[in-house]
Design a protein around this ligand. Structure first.
Ligand SMILES: Cc1cc2nc3c(=O)[nH]c(=O)nc-3n(C[C@H](O)[C@H](O)[C@H](O)COP(=O)(O)OP(=O)(O)OC[C@H]3O[C@@H](n4cnc5c(N)ncnc54)[C@H](O)[C@@H]3O)c2cc1C
Ligand code: SF4
Length: 506
């Protein structure tokens, strides 16, 4: 069991490794370092919520589980939400359970462009370990519901590649609540896998402990100072100092660079090169009852266009108010919502060439994020909408709405291609832009002139501070990130363990 800020009873801890953040990267690092016999303390800004605590009320879930209460935005030539978890287990607690491996060809691009000093085959065992721990299996058609089944029909009709989504929820019952925390415990987030396994090995997780200060001696980082928060009010109630031989920063690709910049650590690549996989979607309306709320929300994918066109299509689902706000129903909104049971939803994300910047906000736990969507990515997002619409029409939907302000309902492939032409749609009309995959903002590479951490994850310009979360991706991933982040973290934490004299079992 994790330790609550209110139960701590000490103001100073000495340990081998202090980890900041308990999400995908932090939890995997904690498990590896504890397996090697090292003393591990992991400090988590958010609270500990189990399946009995989750609420499907979006307002409650946002406050309990999401960074900045679910209100975080990137500002630039368009505003895009960038969601992230803030709780024990981080974003893996609120994610959709999608599990893709980093493709070999993408890694080769990273290798070519960023000078990594390890090969894909060295990372492969860690990708496999991540999948094994998360029990990744294809979504079960018996519970994935009408929305995914309709997408499968469209996929088959068009002959595109794809299928049931690989996910880390083998016992999923299709209740549809993934993004507010899985109430059945079926989704195997790191809070249900790596964290309990690390705790059994002696690692300690302290919740409602927000790290704000890095302590240094010369260029060596020697520990951190955390503010302890009241679990109910989030008001400061005390502080904790942790002195350690190494610090692992795993606060996510938004909070980690904000923390480094706030503490004046790292070179001028920290906080730059942010990738987010901007996403958008369409809904289709047919004559049959689909009942998209029943079933796995994201149980279908199409990877036909993944490599050449930098996009992947994935089914999604949301509440009626989200549909109402984000689609151009115009004055017929009320009428359209009567068709809610006949709706399907599909969308996709692009491997962005746009780059954002993260800066500290001045207020603890907050950040300023700027991100301009470049023209090539705007065009790709329109292509995502076009292909999603075509797939839903092929699935038998009569009408498709794309999330573009002022766009007429689409009833044929010809209309789709005409209406979604890049010269007909302005960026400001794109209503459903969304992101939840920040990465790349403390990028890894073997040259400090181009990167922020070296290939062991150690921050250039400092000793003793290692980054092990989505920030270190050298460039865009292009597939949903959790498996790749966990694998990188498992690999780097193994290297750190050896450096500290720990011994991993064979
Ligand atoms: C709604 C949503 C759906 C998603 N769906 C999928 C999906 O289906 N498949 C997939 O692969 N990916 C998905 N993702 C993304 C995936 O979950 C993340 O990419 C991954 O978890 C990121 O790992 P991380 O270690 O970088 O950060 P996180 O998992 O976000 O963890 C960071 C943790 O650090 C803590 N922290 C930050 N700063 C501090 C501090 N100063 N002190 C203490 N603690 C701190 C945070 O509170 C947080 O708990 C989704 C994300 C979201 C938000
Ligand atoms: S759909 Fe499946 S994984 Fe998602 S919350 Fe429900 S049971 Fe859990």
């Amino acid at each position: 069991m994790s330790v609550e800020s209110t139960e701590l009873g000490v103001e100073r801890i000495v340990t081998d490794v202090c980890i900041i953040g308990s999400g995908a990267g932090g939890a995997a690092a904690a498990w590896t370092l504890a397996r090697a016999g090292l003393r591990v303390i992991c400090l988590e800004a958010g609270g500990h919520f189990g399946q009995q605590d989750f609420s499907q009320d979006l307002g409650v879930a946002s406050r309990q589980l999401y960074a900045e209460d679910g209100q975080r935005l990137m500002r630039g030539n368009v505003f895009i939400p960038v969601a992230g978890g803030e709780c024990l287990g981080g974003s893996t607690v609120v994610n959709s359970g999608i599990c893709f491996r980093l493709p070999r060809w993408r890694f080769e691009e990273w290798h070519r462009d960023h000078g990594l000093d390890f090969e894909y085959d060295e990372l492969l065992p860690f990708l496999e370990k991540a999948e094994q721990m998360l029990q990744v299996t294809p979504s079960n058609p018996a519970v994935y519901g009408g929305n995914n089944a309709a997408c499968m029909r469209g996929l088959k009709a068009l002959g595109w590649s794809g299928g049931p989504m690989p996910r880390n929820a083998p016992a999923c019952v299709g209740c549809g609540a993934c993004n507010t925390g899985c109430p059945t415990g079926a989704k195997l987030s790191v809070a249900r896998t790596f964290i309990p396994a690390a705790e059994e090995l002696g690692a300690r997780f302290i919740t409602n402990a927000r790290v704000e200060v890095a302590h240094s001696s010369g260029s060596r980082v020697t520990g951190v100072q955390a503010t302890l928060l009241d679990p109910a009010t989030r008001a400061p109630i005390g502080s904790l100092r942790v002195d350690s031989r190494a610090v692992v920063l795993a606060g996510s690709a938004i909070q980690s660079p904000a923390f480094l910049l706030h503490n004046g650590l790292g070179n001028n690549h920290v906080g730059r090169h942010l990738k987010v996989h901007p996403a958008s979607g369409v809904i289709g309306i047919g004559s049959d009852r689909i009942e998209g709320w029943n079933g796995t929300p994201q149980g279908f994918y199409c990877d036909e266009f993944l490599r050449d066109d930098r996009m992947i299509l994935e089914s999604w689902w949301a509440t009626p108010e989200v549909f109402w706000i984000n689609f151009p129903f115009g004055a017929q909104g009320g009428e359209r919502m009567r068709d809610f049971a006949q709706m399907t939803a599909l969308g996709g994300m692009v491997a962005d060439q746009s780059e954002g910047t993260v800066r500290p906000h001045g207020l603890p736990g907050k950040s300023r994020i700027s991100y301009d969507l470049i023209e090539a990515d705007r065009v790709r997002i329109l292509k995502v909408l076009e292909r999603s619409a075509e797939l839903l029409l092929a699935a038998g939907m009569d009408t498709v709405y794309a999330g573009i302000h002022g766009l007429a309902p689409l009833r044929s492939v010809a209309e789709v291609r005409e209406q979604l032409r890049p010269d007909r749609v302005r960026l400001k009309q794109m209503m459903t832009l969304y992101s939840s995959h920040p990465h790349g903002s403390i990028r890894m590479g073997n040259d400090a002139r181009h990167s922020a951490v070296d290939c062991r994850g150690e921050l250039y310009g400092s000793e003793g501070l290692f980054v092990m979360d989505g920030s270190i991706c050298p460039d865009v991933l292009g597939v949903n990130p959790q498996v790749s982040i966990i694998a990188l973290s498992l690999m780097l934490a193994g290297g750190l363990a050896a450096q500290l004299g720990g011994r991993l079992p064979g």
